[in-house]
Design a binder for this molecule. Structure first.
Ligand SMILES: [Zn+2]
Length: 283
């Protein structure tokens, strides 16, 4: 039978992790878990990990480990540095242990085959659906999206995906989450060498349809490494807080970026970014 680990631990404080305000009551979680149980096979395990409910078919130990070491780890650190508010809707994180069950449940939950082998967030279906066999990186990436929605409505795709992608390969430095170089680097370096990367000004001005369009892979990588660059210069927090203050006037993020790096840096901005990225390595 499904083990309700989390329901027992609901007796623990119901607030979400430090730094994030979670508006859900114990009754909300209990109702969500009860409704979920009606839909899942007996071998699926449910863990309440505020502000999410995690369900998986990889066995109690593995599901609990992902809930604590990936979901809780990321929520605590993202709350510490980036977000005050938890998602407004109680979302389910589905951890499917292999490709077959991932595809089956993705289809069951959304009515469509998934367009990625790793995992995705679907606001419409109130779910993060993961092929957890591919690792926890995508899970951290997707967790960023509902937090961005709750805290920065109207955030452009470049910034939303840049932050998600930054933390899809992440670690901890002095208690803070930091992105590391990853597989997206090589393609970006190639494109920079071929001079086929738009300016940062153009990236930031990209509308969502264009961002997710033909050059989406390059756009994700450029956005990720722009934020990585700010992070490594100790400027990401300043940029993020500046964006929170100025997004009313300039939702694109350009004003916040200019205020962060300084106007005097603008003429050399793309050249400096290029040099920085080309000097990076990913083993
Ligand atoms: Zn994403």
């Amino acid at each position: 039978m499904a083990l309700l680990w989390g329901v027992l631990s609901l007796l623990a404080p119901m607030t979400a992790q430090a730094g994030v305000r979670d508006g859900f009551s114990r009754a909300d979680y209990e109702a969500h878990v009860a409704a979920l149980r009606e839909r899942i096979p007996n071998d699926f395990v449910i863990v309440v990990e505020p502000p999410f409910v995690v369900v998986g078919n990889g066995g109690a130990k593995a599901v609990r480990r992902s809930a604590e070491h990936t979901v809780r780890w990321a929520v605590e650190r993202l709350g510490r540095d980036f977000f005050d508010r938890a998602p407004k809707v109680l979302l389910t994180i589905w951890l499917l242990s292999d490709r077959a069950s991932y595809e089956l449940w993705a289809r069951r939950l959304t009515g469509e085959a998934p367009d990625t082998p790793y995992g995705f967030y679907t606001r419409r279906h109130k779910a993060l659906v993961m092929n957890i066999a591919t690792g926890g990186g995508t899970l951290v990436h997707e967790i960023v999206h509902p937090f961005v929605e709750a805290n920065l409505p109207g955030c452009p795709a470049w910034l939303n995906e840049g932050l998600g992608s930054l933390f899809e390969q992440s670690s901890e430095r002095d208690g803070h989450i930091v992105g590391l170089t990853n597989w997206r680097l090589e393609g970006l370096q190639d494109a920079l060498r071929k001079k086929s990367v738009p300016t940062l000004r153009a990236l930031v001005a990209t509308d969502d349809d264009t961002f997710y369009g033909r050059d989406s892979g390059r756009n994700y990588a450029q956005a990720r490494y722009l934020l990585y660059w700010l992070q490594e210069r100790g400027l990401l927090q300043r940029f993020w807080r500046g964006y929170g203050r100025t997004r009313g006037e300039d939702p694109s993020g350009w004003s916040a970026l200019v205020a962060t790096v300084g106007k005097s840096a603008l003429p050399e901005l793309d050249r400096a970014f290029r040099a920085f990225v080309l000097a990076l390595a990913f083993e």
